[in-house]
Design a protein around this ligand. Structure first.
Ligand code: GDP
Ligand code: MN
Length: 380
């Protein structure tokens, strides 16, 4: 789950990381009032869950409250990377002297979190990572020990931070580690962390956090921050039904029980020249209702040209799955071909139920994948 900038910075501030004064507004009028409170010169920042807002024109500096009102109106009518801007953050404008990048994420290959920093922070950090990777300092963090003082000092030295800011930087880096660890984040990022030209102090001007969805059960406060407006509706719907669904760009909708089997199914679809439209794991022991919900979600994707059901009945009963498919077909009247492979518990009964449903049946996974690629009209 991604958090908005204003939410991330609020959490940063709770952990003692300095942030600018500011508040969120949903209307231009509100933005004006906040600007008045803050003394006029403010930045208006679109709150959408994508990067590169600055470059897209979603961040503007206002010279006074009236200007803030106008710019807020303008930004609130924008779409950034197809997402409508519904809120803006109105922050006291900062006098930027230097822009530093500071972030933590998981390094899967090293099986450890890694802190990354660069003196070349700001909107072009991806470019920096690509063309001059040596300008990015990386330090792996032992998850049991946490970030050590000496590591934070190494980073400060590595990015040529002025000596007089090392102590401050140390505190921010250690606090950012606590934000990361204590909130089960998979990414925390400050870009830019600035040296403020007015008082020569460090401040987090931007904030980004991604929380591990599987840990949200133990972070009720974070779970409540989820912005449903910003998610693909299909993914929200899937979560409501306890389904693991990820939309992809292909044309073959996949409904499978078990994450491993779902991955295998996608691999085999690709092997025969198809592209999966989604990952979907209905989970073990899914009943008819859940299956019907899953099928409706798959069929809301307009790219889907064929649906492949690959059900390996164990705890899941194939007859239950068949009933779910029938219920969903009754409701949504799909007009794409469907290929079904049922094996295992109650497969016979499942197949009998589906016999009149005008579905393409398959015996093996290879057979099912080939038939669905053909049904979707993909030529090799
Ligand atoms: P992003 O483009 O989505 O990463 O948004 P950021 O919050 O990082 O802002 C992008 C850029 O806008 C920053 O790198 C700054 O150069 C500029 N910016 C943001 N806030 C301020 C501010 O308070 N004052 C000034 N002068 N520039 C700002
Ligand atoms: Mn940024």
């Amino acid at each position: 789950m991604k958090l908005h900038e204003y939410q991330s910075k609020y959490i940063f501030s709770k952990y003692g990381i300095p942030i600018p004064k500011g508040r969120v507004a949903a209307t231009a009028d509100e933005a004006k009032r906040i600007a008045e409170e803050l003394g006029g010169r403010v930045v208006i920042k679109s709150q959408v869950l994508v990067g590169g807002r600055g470059k897209a024109g979603g961040i503007k500096v206002a010279k006074d409250a009236n200007d803030a009102e106008q710019l807020a109106a303008q930004i609130l009518s924008m779409h950034i990377k197809d997402l409508p801007v519904r809120k803006v953050l109105v922050d006291e404008a900062a006098n930027i002297q230097t822009e530093i990048y500071l972030g933590i994420t998981n390094d899967r290959a090293a099986r450890k979190p890694v802190m990354m920093a660069s003196s070349a922070g700001g909107v072009d950090i991806e470019e920096v990572a690509h063309t001059t990777p040596e300008k990015i300092i990386k330090v792996h963090i032992d998850p049991l020990l946490g970030l050590r003082d000496y590591q934070a000092r190494d980073i400060a030295a590595g990015i040529d931070l002025p000596r007089e800011l090392w102590r401050e930087f140390n505190t921010i880096a250690l606090n950012l580690w606590r934000v990361y660890a204590e909130n089960d984040a998979t990414l925390v990022e400050i870009n830019p962390l600035i040296i403020n030209g007015d008082n020569n102090k460090l401040m987090a001007l931007d904030g980004k956090m991604i929380i591990d969805d599987n840990a949200l059960f133990r972070h009720v406060n974070l779970a409540e921050m989820r912005d449903l407006d910003e998610e693909a509706p299909a993914e929200t719907e899937a979560r409501r039904h306890g389904l693991s669904y990820i939309k992809l760009d292909g044309t073959i909708g996949c409904m499978v029980n078990g994450a491993g089997l779902a991955m295998t199914t996608m691999d085999i679809v690709k092997l025969f020249g198809g592209e999966p439209a989604n990952f979907l794991d209905v989970g073990g022991g899914a009943g008819a209702e859940k299956v019907a919900a899953a099928m409706k979600i798959i069929l809301t994707d307009k790219n889907v040209k064929a649906v492949l059901f690959n059900i390996f009945g164990g705890i899941t009963r194939c007859d239950e799955v068949a009933r779910g498919i029938l219920a969903a077909m009754d409701e949504v009247k799909p007009n794409v071909p469907m290929v079904v492979r049922l094996v295992g518990t109650n497969a016979e009964e499942g197949r009998r139920l589906l016999a009149d449903a005008n579905m393409i049946t398959a015996e093996t996974l290879v057979d099912a994948a080939q038939k669905s690629v053909k049904a979707a009209g993909i030529k090799k």
